[in-house]
Design a binder for this molecule. Structure first.
Ligand SMILES: *Cc1c(COP(=O)(O)O)cnc(C)c1O
Length: 618
């Protein structure tokens, strides 16, 4: 049985039971049962399912792990964390996060003015706010206002000009100054596709000489006592622990040096984010080489060691890991709309009295295929297909012959897969590329998995049911955009095998896991497909509740978002209907029908429009 790597990426948050994927919490519901309940409410199309208890688990695991390690090392500094809003700013996630984080004093990180406003609005008073990224004078004023509102806020300076802007503003806010942090530029850098945030050539941070000037400016303006934190961030999804250790040594020594230069209130080191998520579905290709325990051990050990050697107090630790906290909580569920080869059934064969010899041979191969010869016959049929397609291009066979060829080859593939199903996948593997099935999924890759499109990031994907049945179809996945990049192709190194299903008889859903970080706001409206319908699932001891339903934006809303006036669209359509039809009743009915479409979302529906629809509107 194929477990789709659930034991690698699933963290035991999800399990397989009775052929279905279940949520391993309290009443352990099967995800497909939740999907059915949601669809009973008339919500079809792709579905983003949030599990608040997984946010809770990630937060407590982070705090508990650090707390345990700090005790073991008898570490004197405190541990603090903030959630970087850029990773997921959606209300369905953030409001829940601040509620769950309250008991830990979990804070928020902001990298832009809108994010800072979000933090000022929703962060628990007293929990830390850190502000990174480029700041104009307005953003710095916002920081002062946040401090005035009672927030425990630290503005991390990315350049000397930002420091000057703070100095300017002090006089406007008699006595209230936000904490000041300095982002340091390290020699060590991250690795991988997100590495540009760290390293000596990175976009952010102060060089050694800028750090010295910053201290001088702070001293001159009597602001040194507000300088509390140094900050670095070497990149996202740090899969190898080694560069992080290097960065910690560098930062630890800078911390000690700055303290020696008189920064008495400098108490904190902020390690930024970067904790990696294991996205791999394949034992041969783990994405990361460390656990949270190892990470915490390294941080605490190295910072303690440097503090001891340089004779300074052990720093308070801040971390800003976002991906690690947010990724597991959301699952994207996409209904399968179609298997492309399903049009190729035996009853559609139009064999003639006299067929081209290769077509007759294909037919014989199909009929005579058995367990022993299956692979050989399959190879032969694929060769015959190539020849027949060439013959068609040269004008020697007609469209009916070509259609018979396509149908027979597909029937042969299906039969071969059935006959070989007890054998090892490896036998089939050599030709998987050529016998793959295309699964059409009701979702947009650009909207819902932008990192797959832009960075080829793998997200674990698996069917929600039939997991106790043989899955022998090598699969490529296609979204419903009109863009050939909307595809997750079959990858022989990381092969995906799915089931043969008859969609007329049963639904088949695929779920993409670990999509809770970065995908939502980075998703784009290619072809005008909107953010999918989202729901939060609260699981109790005996059941589950579907909360916070946010329906996917309808067509009018989407058009409005890109600048069309809703009224103008409706008016112009109505005018055209009025101008082309005569009867009043006919006009009203047509308008009503168009309006129904305008108020629905743009994802595909599998239901046929019932006759009632036309009657009701008569
Ligand atoms: C993006 C970012 C983070 C979050 O990184 P993750 O990889 O999601 O943990 C933290 N801090 C800063 C400054 C960032 O820019």
């Amino acid at each position: 049985m194929n477990r789709y790597g659930i034991d690698i990426w699933g963290k035991r948050y999800f399990e397989i039971d009775n052929g279905k994927v279940i949520v391993n919490h309290k009443s352990k519901p099967a995800i497909i049962d939740i999907v059915k309940k949601v669809r009973e409410k008339g919500l079809s199309g792709p579905l983003l399912m949030r599990f608040p208890h997984l946010v809770q688990k990630q937060i407590s695991f982070l705090y508990d792990t650090f707390s345990k390690v700090q005790k073991e090392f008898d570490y004197k500094g405190s541990f603090n964390a903030v959630f970087p809003l850029k990773v997921n700013q959606y209300p369905g996630f953030v409001k829940n996060l601040v509620k769950l984080g309250k008991r830990y004093n979990y804070g928020l990180e902001a990298g832009s003015k809108p994010e800072l406003i979000l933090a000022m609005t929703y962060n628990n008073i007293g929990a830390p706010i850190t502000v990174n990224g480029f700041k104009d004078n307005e953003m710095i004023v916002l920081g002062f206002l946040a401090a005035k509102m009672g927030h425990n806020i630290t503005l991390t300076i990315e350049g000397i000009n930002e420091l000057e802007s703070i100095v300017e503003n002090v006089k406007n806010f008699d006595g209230i100054v936000p904490n000041i942090g300095l982002r340091i530029r390290l020699h060590s850098s991250g690795i991988g596709i997100w590495a540009k945030s760290g390293g000596i050539n990175s976009k952010f941070g102060l060089t050694s000489s800028e750090l010295i000037s910053a201290i001088e400016i702070l001293k001159k303006n009597s602001l040194l006592s507000s300088f509390k934190m140094i900050h670095f961030h070497i990149g996202s999804q740090i899969e190898d622990i080694a560069p992080l250790k290097k960065a910690l040594r560098e930062a630890g020594n800078i911390f000690a040096e700055l303290k020696k230069m008189g920064a008495k209130n400098l108490t904190s080191i902020n390690l930024g984010g970067g904790l990696a998520v294991e996205y791999s579905q394949n034992e041969d290709s783990y994405h990361k080489n460390y656990s949270l325990e190892e990470y915490a051990n390294d941080v605490v050990y190295l910072l303690q060691d440097i503090a001891k050697r340089k004779n300074v107090d052990e720093p308070d630790i801040f971390i800003e890991s976002g991906r690690y906290i947010a990724a597991p909580h959301a699952v994207l569920i996409a209904p399968v709309l179609e298997l492309f080869s399903k049009e190729y059934t035996q009853k559609l064969l139009r064999l003639k009295e006299k067929n081209p010899p290769l077509v007759s041979e294909l037919y014989d191969l199909y009929k005579d295929m058995n367990k022993k010869n299956a692979l050989e016959f399959l190879h032969d049929s694929l060769d015959h297909m190539e020849s027949l397609l060439t013959l068609f291009d040269l004008g020697y066979i007609d469209l009916e012959d070509r259609s018979n060829t396509e149908i027979l080859v597909n029937l042969i593939i299906e039969k071969a897969i059935k006959l070989l199903k007890d054998k090892n996948h490896k036998e089939l593997l050599s030709i998987q590329d050529r016998v793959q099935e295309k699964y059409l999924l009701n979702f947009s890759l650009f909207q819902s998995l932008p990192d797959n499109w832009g960075l080829k990031q793998n997200f674990p994907v698996m069917p929600l049911s039939k997991l106790d049945e043989a899955n022998k179809r090598s699969a490529s996945l296609w979204d419903i955009t009109c863009d050939s990049d909307g595809e997750i192709s079959f990858d022989i190194k990381n092969p995906l095998f799915l089931h043969d299903v008859n969609l007329e008889e049963e639904d088949y859903f695929l779920a993409f896991f670990l999509v809770g970080a970065y995908q939502e706001t980075m998703g784009m409206r290619h072809n005008l497909f909107a953010h999918p319908t989202e729901v939060s699932i609260e699981i109790s001891e005996d059941s589950f509740d579907i909360d916070n339903i946010v329906e996917s934006n309808n067509i009018l809303q989407i058009l409005n978002e890109i600048g069309y006036s809703k009224n103008e669209v409706i008016n112009i359509i109505n005018e055209k209907i009025e101008n082309s039809l005569k009867e009043k009743k006919e006009i009203e009915m047509t308008k009503d029908m168009v309006e129904i479409f305008l108020k629905d979302n743009g994802y595909l529906k599998t239901d046929i429009i019932q006759p009632d629809f036309f009657k009701e509107n008569k």
